[in-house]
Design a protein around this ligand. Sequence first.
Ligand code: C2E
Ligand code: CA
Ligand code: CA
Length: 466
Amino acid sequence: MSNFSDSGSSDSGSQDHNATDGPHVDPLTGLLGRQGLLAYLASLGDDGRLADLVILNVEVSRFGHVNNSVGTELGDRIISLVARRLVKTFPEALALGRTHGDHFALCLPQSAAPEQFAERVLEFLQRPFALHGEVIVLSARVGAAWLRPGLNTAEELFHASEVALHRAKQDKTSIVRFDEGMLAEAQASHRMENDFRVALVVNAASLHGALANDEFLLHYQPIVNARTDEVHDFETLLRWQHRSQGLIPPSTFIPMAEEIRLMDVLGAWVLRRACLDAQQWPANATGRTPGVTVNLSTTQFLQPEVLIRAVEDALVESGLAPQRLKLEITESALPIEPLSATLQHFRSLGCQVSLDDFGTGYSSFTQLQQLPLDYLKIDQSFLRGWESDDPEESERYEKLIRAILGLAALLDLQPIVEGVELAEEVPSIVDFGCELIQGYVYARPMPARDVKTFLDARLQKGNNDG
Ligand code: C2E
Ligand code: CA
Ligand code: CA
């Protein structure tokens, strides 16, 4: 297979790089490998031809899930098909490469706006692939870069497109053009990543034991039964206390931990610490003690046996009744093959399972029905939409919230509305058919040491009210 277009144009450098094998060629797709692409770019740089280039760095998103559900052999076939389609879709490409795994890069002449190129990538990937009776729909994220002040060499240009792609993934948007500000941010995030690794190493001993440690800590936020006013559960929310920058939110460091595959060890620590903390909590007025929910990352499901052991160890070490532990998964974790079996295992231990951020992912009705679930948490974005000043928008979101609550009822799942900030929203949500509410309206996430005081104060208030 050619690593270049079949346009046959001989004036734009495509002919002189038409080699089909050699150390720089990716054997699976016949495209250039990363080194090959960089070498080609360097040669363009030597000829002073970088100025007319656009580089697109493309990640086939969700490919990891596809690979997990269809197996690596079919996964490889899909990657070859993607490569073939790219070649056909971009006849004007000067070079096409697979840089690693599900990442491709395209060198294009600046004949159109990068958005138009990116649109073509997205459009062609969204056409389904049919393979051995499986229909697979992919999507992509694209980072684009072209020569501008501050970018001088071929390598810098390529790196800039990678930085833009990284940003596209972070922002969950389909295309991002590189700009200078991103470099400084990329450097800062690099430093942060390094600090994070250091923090993990420094804390390794206490992370492996269930000890407290100086840099990672847990906050808890109540999920309240609005009808009975009783605290139903506390959700565990992880925090990182950076030595100089203070508390870092999980949205910053959890994706990092996932990317560098350290979420397993951190996640196991969260499970242990949360179960130990929950063991200390006092009972509600009714004698029922609140449960504890722990968020699980998609990446923790890649090694189900490690995750299952972490849950079992946390329960054994803490002595917590398994009925009090609930595991939260997000919808994006759904396509992973062993997911259902793993959740079933949690259930067999006595734990419950909650589907988080519902309404933002891709789960099908069939998947929802098949998965062993107990709770459905409606994503906060629906609530924010409902709060819109635009009455039409607000009404549309109210309908969506009611529809999701209807779906939960149909599937026999207990719904939870989270992100509720205003007291006046509570009665309406209860009216819609949802009793379990989480949000600033009841409490912000609080340090572990404040949970007991919080519960005691509610007991006291209940006694006074009653
Ligand atoms: P999530 O699981 O959806 O958690 C709820 C987030 O909403 C929390 O953000 C919480 O502080 C915030 N929140 C709660 N009530 C309100 C409200 O009324 N208004 C607003 N605006 N926000 C509210 P946080 O603590 O920053 O956590 C963000 C995300 O990080 C979590 O989203 C979860 O996906 C992830 N995360 C946190 N801890 C862990 C963990 O231990 N493991 C894993 N895998 N993910 C975690
Ligand atoms: Ca959650
Ligand atoms: Ca959520």
